[in-house]
Design a protein around this ligand. Structure first.
Ligand code: BTN
Length: 323
């Protein structure tokens, strides 16, 4: 008997007793085997009450993520099926990269409760306190030309935005390329790191950070006006396991669409969610400041910006600031 099945049985009757006899019958196991599994779940932080004659009932779940809870929630074909959960890591990006080098399959996921060196774009640190967010990395092994990998960044933003809005009633806007904003404040970040050899893409590690249940005191002072958590924005905590399952489901669906139909449908979805289009912005590019009005994406995923003289320039790397 796996703990997954016992847990699902107890979860199907929240707060109610399920008799030992019913469990034995449904799972085809002995009373001793049930007891062993109960002890195992308790060791993982589940609170289970065992009462003679009445049976077992689930009184509390660990606030920590568990594989037992996560796996049955996954509505995916392969994404997340190979799942590694860690309490503390430096960065989930590094853990997943090591697994990728050992041949881990596409869809492998690393999740951590806490990152001590979480990293963001442009060499920034990513605040990743214990038990409060979704800090995860997803392995992709697409056969697409290396220069097209930025398209996956945009795909990731659409997937995250769709997943979050399925669970939390918030309006989310995407700031190019992939920041998700609620009322102009960042709730999540995406970091793509690729491994290539001889101009050929070997794999992509997609880092996804969702500030799910952070409280104001979890943020450094200077970030507070720029960042917000889903809990702070929506006024209630978000179940992290549901969020992870929703992200993987949306990601797998959009990725399949992308591999089948190319970038066009992703581009249309991204543009529909974008908040940085058709208004004047300042872009900090590696070549200097550019002011203009972004009008949409090009075929590669670059941002097409209309300059004050009416000409167009495509930007592939920049930080967008609104005026
Ligand atoms: C950004 O907006 O700057 C990107 C932030 C990406 C953060 C995630 S959290 C999981 C993964 N591990 C990391 O170290 N970074 C990414």
């Amino acid at each position: 008997m796996s703990t997954v099945t016992l847990l699902s049985l107890l979860e199907s009757e929240p707060g109610e007793y399920v008799s030992g006899e019913e469990i034995s019958r449904k799972l085809n196991v002995s009373r001793t085997a049930i007891w062993k599994q109960v002890r195992k779940l308790e060791a993982e932080g589940y609170e289970i009450e065992a009462t003679p004659r009445l049976g077992y009932r689930l009184l509390g779940k660990p606030s920590r993520l568990t594989v037992q809870e996560l796996l049955p929630k996954l509505n995916t074909r392969s994404f997340g099926k190979n799942l590694r959960l860690f309490d503390v890591v430096g960065s989930t990006q590094d853990e997943l990269r090591a697994l990728a080098e050992q041949g881990a399959p596409e869809g492998t996921v690393v999740v951590a409760e806490q990152q001590t060196s979480g990293r963001g774009r442009m060499g920034r640190a990513w605040v990743s306190p214990a038990g409060k967010g979704v800090w995860m990395s997803l392995l992709l092994r697409p056969s697409v030309p290396l220069p097209l990998t930025p398209q996956l960044t945009l795909l990731a933003a659409v997937a995250l935005s769709r997943a979050i809005t399925r669970l939390v009633p918030l309006t989310i806007g995407i700031k190019w390329p992939n920041d998700l904003l609620v009322d102009g404040r960042k709730i999540s970040g995406i970091l793509l790191e690729s491994a290539a050899e001889d101009e050929r893409l070997r794999y992509v590690v997609v880092g996804l950070g969702i500030s799910a249940n952070l409280d104001a005191e979890d943020y450094p002072e200077e970030l507070l006006e720029k960042a917000i958590s889903l809990k702070m924005a929506a006024g209630q905590p978000v179940p992290r396991s549901e969020l992870i399952a929703a992200v993987l489901e949306q990601f797998e669906q959009l990725y399949a669409l992308y591999l089948e139909q190319g970038f066009a449908p992703i581009r249309a979805l991204w543009e529909a969610h974008a908040v940085t289009l058709n208004r004047t912005v300042t872009l900090t590019t590696p070549q200097g400041l550019v002011e203009g009005v972004p009008r949409g994406l090009d075929d590669m995923g670059g941002l097409r910006v209309e300059l004050p003289d009416g000409s167009f320039r495509t930007i592939y790397s920049a930080e967008v600031g609104t005026r």
